[in-house]
Design a protein around this ligand. Sequence first.
Ligand code: ADP
Ligand code: ZN
Ligand code: ZN
Length: 814
Amino acid sequence: MRYAEVSVNSPVAQRRTYSYAIPPNLSIDIGQAVWVPFGNKLLQGIVLELSDYPAVEETREIAGIIEPRPLLSLSHVLLARWISEYYLSPLFDAVALMLPPGFERKVLTFISIPSIPDDFDLSSLTPDQRHALELIQRQGKINLKHLEKTLGKKKAQTIVSQLVRQGLAVRSYEIESVKTKPKVEPYLTLVADAGEAQQELARLDKKRASKQAALLNFLVQQSRPIPLAEARQKTKCDKATVDALVQKGLVTVQRIQVKREPISYQGITPSYPLTLTAAQKSAFNSIQSSLLEMAKGQASPSVFLLHGVTGSGKTEIYLQTLAETVKLGRRGIVLVPEIALTPQTIERFASRFPHKVAVLHSKLSLGEQFDEWQRIRDGEFDVVIGPRSAIFAPQPDLGLIVIDEEHEWTYKQQDKSPRYHTRDVAIKLAELTKAVVILGSATPDVETFYHAEQGDYHLLQLPERVTPSEGSPLPQVEVVDLRDELKAGNTSLFSRSLSQSIAKAVTNREQVILFLNRRGAASFIQCRNCGFVLRCKRCEVALTYHLAEDVLVCHQCNYRIPVPQDCPQCSSRRVKFLGVGTQKLEQEAGRTFAQARLLRWDSDATRQKYSHQEILNKFRAHQADILIGTQMVTKGLDLPQVTLVGVVNADTGLNLPDFRAGERTFQLLSQVAGRAGRGPLGGQVIIQTYSPEHYAIQAAANHDYAFLYEKEIAYRRQLHNPPFTKLARLIYSHTNDALCQREAERMKRLLMDERDSKGIAALSLIGPAPAFVHRLRGRFRWQIILRGTGLSAFLSSIPIPQGWIVDIDPIGLI
Ligand code: ADP
Ligand code: ZN
Ligand code: ZN
């Protein structure tokens, strides 16, 4: 007898597998999807291991195979195990990341009557039972749903149970198939013979109907049906021209089924590798030699940090190293922070690798995603491009993983389990498949850069833009001290400098972006006179203002103080100044710049009326002069008519109660600044702040990553934050705040006892404290932060009840 260790799709299965016996008639592989009995149900599971001995004495048998081909590769099985152990997530949650889209579909129950024993007395059955038996026998096999429709739900279920108990009927299960609609496209076929066509051409020539003639001429030269779109594009004719020929009976339009292309290649022309600059060449050579060694099966994976400003030629390196990978018979995955906002990147891959690029995104229907998944697994694509989930694409012979804009926070899955970081998963996967990882960024995560400095990753630098002379230089950044504005009697949201520049740009018919970091905008209080912000004495983070109780709270350690009457630094009474939101900003901008057309881009605006693309198109078409937006405006947009970017208050981000606030602010400001001066008009950035001397603002203003890094890493070391330690965040939520706090306190004692009994000295606990977002969807939240090493192992031995969220390596503490 052989046995299988199965990860079962049940919430009670948690982080373990279950042992099942493999019936002799089934051939089972690792990674295979199977039906297993679990309690009194039949559930989906994935085989993770095979062995000659079961892990427990009593085992039940695997009930059946869901799909003949294994769904997970061995590397993916190992990756799923690692994710579950490291991020403390249920095993099946980790496994599910790698399953085809829509795998967790409805299960259909079928009833059949294999054979009725000769000695069975049919008259012992009730009339209802006999009726059902006949129905089933007539069909051979019947869907339970169907039976329920005929007999009524309750009755059908009762009768089926009775028949099964008597050994007459058997249940079997099938998974609902994914419906994919075939894709059809109109094609043009010439039905006229050569003679007719020539006659018509002559007639058209006389009538000077040159468009029809061109189309007809084109079709005469084709040996098979031609896509309508292609014919129209090549002959530059319109719909009326086609219709005219159709009406004359010379041409027909047929709808033909075509292969689905993940990308429309219309308008994409092939591109060829560029001659690399010296800096690019040197980076390329390092990666190339690593690719060669990996392909030979060398042991340790290579992780490269490709650090270069926007326009320094990083994407060209991705393209050329991918070509090398393909040459070696392997394939790649390229991850981008947000697929909807990176059409240019996708186009560049599509033009370099025509018809060999798969794109995964959530806009595709389930059927399309499923198709795409199958085709990826069949090895049809050189590269898969997608957001973080694309790291789990079933790309065979994986040789290269690129993470573009590696510092972006979208690479961490925060909202659901497993709370994984794509970077760490990619590095683990690369280790398993012997692939090379390239992390690319203009503003790398401080932790990534630290690893590169330590030699864990190879650091590759592209210090300059490829064409600094013709391309736009990095924009000029002006930092405005808001304290001076107040002294000069200006109480508006716009400093004198910003309002002059906006007015000038609008007059010149140029475009302006006003950026507001709304996250946390109304959460801290700041002295409007001197910019002073109250911080926690223990944690250094800004204290958060709670309107209801009128107190200031530390969201890490729960330190609380009343709001001071006047500023501890300058004694001004204008201490209680809260941030502003986009709507207020829009109102004030509307009043101040009455001639300008405004457009707001934040999550409220996109939820209500417009998609990202619509807002962007509107702005690009210059239907608005000023775009007011939050974080979204910072993403890789190319807007050549924007000559001015104003950051309304840079301090909102700086004063979030989080040790990454400085780094995050720098990243945001750098990206926002990158939006200005994309076109020949050049550009200017104005940052308004109460703390012009802050290193994050200085570094962003001077485009100086090195400066940011030096300051930031020193603080991290001093305050003992990552990368010098690891963090875990435990959040408990409940509708009752007091109960929530009590549970958090109980958990803290439990953790402390465990730590002390195990004698782990280097593990500290901070909190419990109310979470920064104290109330979310009607539930209160309290949190505990653990600081130390080996946190996953430590936590895995502790019973963590329902209601708790465990976040290993949290991206932020708020
Ligand atoms: P990044 O990804 O760092 O922003 P890109 O690879 O997009 O940089 O390069 C910026 C611009 O320079 C692009 O238009 C690209 O086509 C061009 N470019 C990149 N490398 C070269 C090269 N070696 N020679 C000429 N042009 C290049
Ligand atoms: Zn003050
Ligand atoms: Zn504190």
